[in-house]
Design a protein around this ligand. Structure first.
Ligand SMILES: [Zn+2]
Length: 375
């Protein structure tokens, strides 16, 4: 009797192991992070891998609907619930850079038991998990395909609970970015009119939070030709005198496609530091996309220098997440230093915002003309 139950236990463990490796196998195409001695995976990745239709986050609480069950957890605790049955993740759910991270192996175990019970009920049912999306090919601004719409995707930085930089007198970067972006869209749509093949879209049109991952996903889904990020600068060392505008283009383009063993930097706050948590195996062959991004960044700087009376800090390569992981031409403009009280006052002025927006719009138009995408 004892040996039979031992045998059953061994079988159960084996089936668990096989199913675990199914989740783990699919995880190989996504980044995995070490926090201390525990491997973590982002909630966004879990949602993609499991093909979760419904999920949400309210403050520190998260929920995922999977195979008809409700999984719940809270940031900072290891407690986890499947429907209302309490299980443990052994390690707490973490939040880093607004992204939620869940311990890999304990979560895998929980998912496996759900899959086991489903399979026992319906042995013939095929897996509902989606196949991992095909790798996106890099796209580049080109006149070779005149029929297709040309999509400019404007990405106002930050939003929702993420204020971005905040000025000494309370002006929030997220609001400046959004207003300038909306004005930029109006300027461009006014220029191109209806029926034009140039379509202008936005990652957000209101005060909402979007993770960096989500922004990249939107850019890919919309098949944007230009991904144009609008930010407002801040300096920690020189809060009162920092001045000028700068535009970044990608130093390289990459695709996240491998589980990383890199130690994440938990203190990382800025987008600049995001890259340290990834180990990239496939660098996209995107020399021309990077070159095009550099050209666009330089035109943006040139136009801003003509219009604004403040220092031209230049077009610079950077490895910001949104520049690196979007496969298309992408730039990130920092329109001014909100930490400098004089600039903060200027950035409150609708006329200044309008002038900046029009200048950015003119830069984009000049780029499209130079590339013979428009007449
Ligand atoms: Zn920003």
């Amino acid at each position: 009797m004892k040996s039979i139950s031992r045998c059953l236990l061994a079988l159960f463990l084996l089936s668990n192991l096989l199913l675990s490796s199914d989740f783990t196998n699919r995880l190989k195409n996504y980044p995995v992070y070490w926090i201390g001695k525990q491997r973590y995976v982002s909630l966004q990745t879990i949602i993609k891998i499991l093909g979760v239709g419904s999920w949400g986050r309210i403050e520190d609480r998260i929920f995922i609907e999977y195979q008809g069950k409700i999984l719940k957890g809270s940031i900072g605790t290891a407690d986890f619930y499947v429907d209302d049955r309490r299980v443990s993740l052994d390690h707490p759910i973490r939040e880093i850079e607004k992204e939620v991270f869940i311990p890999v192996e304990p979560f895998d175990q929980i998912i496996s038991t759900i899959t086991v019970s489903i399979q026992q009920k319906e042995p013939a049912k095929p897996s509902e998990n989606p196949v991992i999306a095909e790798k996106e090919k890099p796209t580049i601004a080109s006149k070779s395909n005149p029929v297709r719409d040309f999509i400019i995707l404007i990405d106002p930085g930050h939003g929702g609970h993420d204020n971005g930089a905040v000025g000494n007198y309370g002006l929030k970067e997220k609001d400046v970015n959004l207003d300038i972006s909306l004005r930029l869209r109006s300027y461009l749509t006014g220029y191109f009119k209806k029926g034009s093949k140039i379509i202008v879209k936005m990652t957000r049109e209101d005060d909402r939070f979007l993770s960096l991952d989500e922004r990249v996903e939107i850019a890919k889904k919309e098949k944007a030709d230009i991904f144009f990020c609008v930010h407002t600068n801040s300096s920690r060392l020189n809060r009162w005198n920092a001045d000028g505008f700068e535009t970044y283009y990608p130093s390289r383009k990459s695709e996240i496609s491998f589980a990383s063993t890199a130690q994440p930097d938990e203190s990382a706050e800025s987008e600049t530091n995001t890259e340290v948590v990834f180990q990239i195996v496939s660098e996209l062959n995107t020399t021309s996309v990077i070159e095009e991004s550099r050209i666009l960044a330089e035109i943006v700087q040139e136009k801003l220098a003509e219009r604004l009376i403040c220092p031209d800090r230049g077009a610079k390569p950077a490895s910001f997440y949104v520049l690196r992981y979007t496969p298309m031409v992408s730039v990130l403009v920092e329109v001014g230093f909100i930490c400098n009280p004089n600039i903060e006052a200027n950035l409150r002025d609708p006329e200044v915002r309008q002038a900046i927006s029009e200048t950015l719009g003119k830069a984009i138009i000049q780029y499209l003309k130079a590339k013979q995408i428009i007449e």
